[in-house]
Design a protein around this ligand. Sequence first.
Ligand SMILES: [Fe+2]
Ligand SMILES: [Fe+2]
Length: 294
Amino acid sequence: MENSDMLARARFLVKDVTSLPTIPAVVTRTLELLSRSEVELDEIVDLVLTDQVLAARVIRMVNSPLYRPALEIHSVKHALIYLGLSKIRELVLSCTLIGLFKKQDGPINIRTFWEHSFGVGIVARVIAEMAHYPHSEKAYLSGIVHDIGKVFLNHYMKEDFQKVLELIQKEPQKLIDAEARLIGTTHCHIGICIASTWNFPEDYCEAILSHHTPEEAVLNPLLTAIVNLADLFCSVRGLGFGSGEWVSFELAKEEGWRILEKFSPDKLSFDAEKFCFELDDKIPEIRNLVKSIY
Ligand SMILES: [Fe+2]
Ligand SMILES: [Fe+2]
């Protein structure tokens, strides 16, 4: 099936849902403020405080092992000072996303879904650092949102998605192939439609669209490859989303690895085997982190 047909179908499906959650104005405004060169911390604190649910989640998350404060943090201001501006963005956005899709009302377990998403985010950040990609925060956030299209299928197309999940159990195949067969589009195409509705930056959108086909990325192939490898890694190391998706993985033969070798700023200093080994070392810790976030 042609990419353009699948994109058109995804657009149609997403447009049809009038109840699609929107990113709350306070978050858009916070991200906007953070992108300015000069911003007062108090401005951000005031803004976050206008949304009590968000404020509570920020405090809960900053106290999780992911950010490891030495002493418990009780105020939004203290949380933001502790984190520093660059991490506020990732915290605010990830708190919001979890809040938007928290309800369990579809065939996939939403908790397992977020564990997978955070796992991919954290592994993507680790890979970004190993590959000396300078925007590890971008890798983390793209990792968290990469499968957002699945949440859409889970919420708004329950029956069709259930059939897709049954098909991959019966006949082992890639999830995107089963989605294309039964729904006429994939969670990647749906994901990019949602991300553009939310005005996500273009390279995040591309990473969402091409995380299973990194060779198709043109804007920021490195970012897409990092998310692709993080996703594969999590799926084969027990941080998948629990649908029994068929995954094969041999790092040295992955398209994502080839891109990483080609585009990483000062070339990778180790081979695929060592890379896997180092990453594997971190998996138990990442698994614990992920369990503590949600
Ligand atoms: Fe995916
Ligand atoms: Fe994934």
